[in-house]
Design a protein around this ligand. Structure first.
Ligand code: OAD
Length: 246
């Protein structure tokens, strides 16, 4: 008996090893670790203007400012740990035979928690790349100087994240579309579900016949479209769901 949450019989019957599961996460899953979300009362986009910090034009206009903003966010992320929500998703991965974890987050906390093969739709804030030659820098230590650092080819190095107006990594979004349209059970966790194409994934899953569940502290744009909403903190709801695994 799980006293923390009540779930439908439909969801309960789908929590079996053979179910093909896809999980999409957003900033809300990292909120309990101390990573700021983007929207909502204390969201980053309430304090900062995305067009000044998260576009390629902004970087070209003021590379130092944009680089420093990402350094500030990297610092936050480096000092924190995955929470019970991230850890529960590792249990999901270990339990379901077919499981795919797709995230819009750039914080790398799923990986740090122990999740494998995480599909990062919006890149990773720790990784960087040269805007001129495209060289990827997993680590910048000891190699480069400047703000932002410069590649030996002369190009500025930028964070390897997706900015507004940019394409998502093709392999990642193709994989996300494919697994979403083939799953039986789809979870949309801690995302406002307003930024496309990621926000289309629950709808694609639903249209293809999957049972779609959202986990969020409050209703979202897709609440009226999903099969079931579990309202509460991801760090509490997800460990409670694990207790229903047979
Ligand atoms: P948002 O900030 O838009 O939404 C976060 C969601 O998490 C909201 O719906 C909150 O209600 C919910 N939430 C907050 N705390 C929670 C908790 N403890 N448990 C469960 N839910 C919680 O973040 P995203 O949907 O991830 O893109 O935003 C999508 C994209 O917009 C981001 O990847 C970023 C941003 O601009 C880029 O930078 C390209």
């Amino acid at each position: 008996m799980n006293e923390k949450i009540t779930i439908s019989d439909s969801l309960r019957s789908l929590l079996s090893k053979k179910t093909k599961v896809v999980v999409l996460t957003g900033a809300g899953i990292s909120a309990e670790s101390g990573v700021p979300t983007f929207r909502g009362k204390d969201g980053l986009w309430k304090k900062f203007r995305p067009e000044e910090l998260a576009t390629f034009d902004a970087f070209m206009a003021n590379p130092k400012l944009v680089w420093e903003w990402y350094e500030y966010r990297r610092k936050i992320i480096e000092e924190i740990e995955p929470n019970q929500g991230h850890l529960a998703l590792v249990d999901f991965q270990n339990y379901f035979d077919k499981f795919n974890l797709i995230t819009q987050n750039v914080d790398g906390l799923h990986h740090k928690a122990g999740s494998k093969n995480v599909v990062e739709l919006h890149g990773n804030i720790r990784r960087n790349k040269c805007i001129r030659c495209g060289k990827i820098y997993e680590s910048l230590e000891g190699t480069i100087e400047g703000t932002p650092p410069r590649c030996p080819c002369g190009g500025n190095i930028r964070p390897d994240v997706v900015w507004f107006g940019e394409m998502l990594p093709q392999d990642a979004i193709n994989h996300a579309f494919a697994v979403s349209s083939e799953c039986n059970l789809f979870f949309s966790i801690g995302t406002s579900a307003v930024v496309h194409p990621a926000a289309s994934l629950p709808l694609i899953a639903k249209r293809a016949g999957a049972y779609v569940v959202e986990v969020n502290i409050s209703p979202t744009e897709i609440t009226h479209l999903v099969d079931e909403s579990l309202f509460g903190k991801a760090g509490e709801i997800l460990p409670s769901l694990v207790k229903f695994f047979k």
